[in-house]
Design a protein around this ligand. Sequence first.
Ligand code: ZN
Length: 428
Amino acid sequence: MTAQTLQADLTWIDGAFQADRVITIGSEGRIESIEAAVQGSVRRLPGIALLPGFVNAHSHAFQRALRGSAERFPTGAGSFWSWRESMYALVSSLDRQMLGRICRQAYAEMRDAGITTVGEFHYLHHDRDADFAFDDVVLEAASDVGIRLVLLQTYYSMGGIGKALGPAQRRFSTPDLGAYLRQLDRLAGRLDPALHSLGMVAHSVRAASLAETRALHEEAARRGLPFHMHVEEQRSEVEESLAAYGRTPMRLLCDELAPAGSLTAVHCTHTSPADMADFLSRGGRVCVCPLTEANLGDGIPDLSTAHSAGGRISLGTDSNARIATIEEMRWLEYGQRLRRQVRGALVGPGGEVASTLLDAATRGGAAALGIATGEIAPGRWADFAAIDLSVPSLVEVTPAGLLDAIVFGGGNRAIAGSFVGGKWRETD
Ligand SMILES: [Zn+2]
């Protein structure tokens, strides 16, 4: 790609929309400078406001294939665990071609929702006839769509604390640390440095032993990779951990993985305020997935401590039942409103909520994934979500109220397209 300059009507810089800024993008896809004017030709983007591209910090792309098949309850009310049976049936049916189609579709829908980086929490590793074949399928699908992808390579060795894997879970199996790390090294040699990077994951306390989790976390710190884990999405996980270890999953992580610096805990739906405060004080981060947590009936996390800690929250589309980051943003706030019966639960120092929510969808995710994105600033990747200022939901909105209007009144229809590393893709 050759160097280029872009000029939208409005660009989100340093927490506000600024008019007519010219962004210069280097040939490798990073922002070189942002100025009021430059010499030479500039690519104008009339009627467009640029936001930092959204960062989806937690996705299982293959679960997008459950749409249309997991919303009926013939035997009465369901739960996360009954949904998991539908997901396991899907897992057993997949091959490389099907998975590739599903991932390309999900990643294309993410681009159309303004998502420019996805953290793929990837535990579905094996095809029937080839171990770890699905890891390559995910990387190739991201390249085909041109979405930035952090492959959060997931360790999965138990079917519950101290239990053997069940039949469907064999496709997730990482038999031991040596095999897992050999595959991680092989993947490191296959990455496209312009788009791909790696992270390390222990699926949950249900799926990795305490010793394995400790060793994985140490290795991630040694390699300088982000480390993610599902934590306390379901009450039964908390109960299982209390029965086996005498401690909650979050308590275990705080006690056993010190310092928690590079750790992102996904969900924290049932985490106690005291455990949450301890986790955050050790540098931990929280990823929340409001639409999935609602869809699965998980519950609503208490985010007051994480919000006070500033910038420690990120957002994920998780099960991908709906791919819409603008909706995830407002439901991050709405969940807290419903839980606490207040408005402005995640209010920032200037009295705004929308900028807190945008931060979670951009900078918070970039920090959780260890990627130089999430802000429109020199040195960052040129990853932008392009907002169409002519859509009905934004007509006659002033620049001062624009972010509020996008976050609380907008949706995917407002996304005209997105740039990843300076490469444009128009919304389908
Ligand atoms: Zn998940």
